[in-house]
Design a protein around this ligand. Structure first.
Ligand code: FMN
Length: 147
């Protein structure tokens, strides 16, 4: 299966989560930054996982710009899931849900509930146990692919 993890990251924390998820999804899973990425890179991808930090209660600007390039139906036949990294705030906003919605709008079949992983501070690191949760979240995607 052709699997791609696309991430955005300002301080490197979300990249670490993306790499953890990719490792869980199996050998051969590619991990790419959203910077400079064009939708053409998604051609042939069967499983797409997308994640970024929450910035100002929504997906990071680079991720928003990428998602805006996805045309309706462009992800038809692609299975997809989304995550974000966020602070432990009372009002933290959301990126994972919004990414998931955008992927679905582009035609993807969503295979996991959007999930937010907690960072300790703006520049990271991940809060204790959150990388394990990321691995668990990714691991739960695999059985859905056999359906
Ligand atoms: C300008 C700015 C705005 C942010 N806004 C939010 C926010 O609205 N909600 C939240 O939970 N975290 C917010 N954060 C914290 C980021 O989510 C955090 O920096 C990110 O998870 C770290 O991941 P990274 O190392 O991949 O950049 C903000 C961070 C920055 C720099």
């Amino acid at each position: 299966m052709s699997t791609l993890v696309v991430y955005d990251s300002n301080y490197g924390t979300t990249r670490i989560v993306a790499e953890k998820i990719a490792a869980e999804l199996g050998e051969g899973t590619a991990v790419v930054s959203v910077s400079g990425l064009t939708p053409e890179r998604l051609t042939g991808v069967e499983l797409l996982v997308v994640g970024c930090p929450i910035i100002g209660w929504r997906p990071s600007p680079r991720m928003q710009a990428f998602l805006a390039q996805l045309g309706v139906g462009m992800l038809h036949g692609v299975r997809a899931a989304a995550f974000d990294t966020r602070l432990r705030l009372f009002i933290h906003g959301d990126a994972a849900g919004k990414i998931s919605h955008a992927l679905e709008h582009a035609g993807a079949h969503i295979v996991a509930k959007p999930h937010g992983f907690i960072v300790e501070g703006r520049e990271g690191p991940m809060a204790t146990g959150e990388l394990d949760k990321a691995a668990e979240w990714a691991g739960a995607i695999m059985p859905t692919l056999r359906r």
